[in-house]
Write a protein that binds this ligand. Sequence first.
Ligand SMILES: [Zn+2]
Length: 215
Amino acid sequence: MAITKYEIYDYWKDKAITHTFALRRWAECREEDEAVPVVEFSDSICCWACGMPSLSLEKGELAGGDDRKKDWNNDKSLQKAHIRAKSLGGLDTADNLFLLCPLCHAESPDTREKENFFAWVYYKRTQENYMITMQRELERACRMKNMDMSAVLEYLAETDSDKLMDLRGRVIKNCTVHGAAVAWSSKAMALLSEIRKDLLSEIRKDLCKIRKDQA
Ligand SMILES: [Zn+2]
């Protein structure tokens, strides 16, 4: 029987990658190791390279409760990626498998040397995690749609958490899967479309109020 995602999680949950791309138990890492734990966001189902929450989690397909085993195994978004490539002799065992989002899986190195894979993971985690990538994509999308990035950031900063959750839901509905993954540009463009709608509706409300006040 194929190895489950929970079995892979269970193997990696206490491991970390050091700045020299060595594997160590997280509990045994010292400060000078500058290590990153493999499962950093352990309370939710995320990609182990960019940290992006699983699409299954965003769609509400997972219970998100205490039943970690059920959640990891019910996840449909993360993919089992080989550390040493299968075609180069890599095995389907927990120590050779890593859970990645489809975008990271497509980008990850197919290599014989495990160190290459861990160097790539370390770089993604520290230099190109999904928050950094989203910021970069949002800047690009603002240029494409002729929107002011500072106005977008100001809007996000001023919006309360209920409204942000609503916005997140609308962005997910606005996007679709391209191949196996939602492209970064889909999310960034959808977010800007929804923010623009909100900003326009606020302007309309203000105009109505002005007209009423004048009447
Ligand atoms: Zn990822």
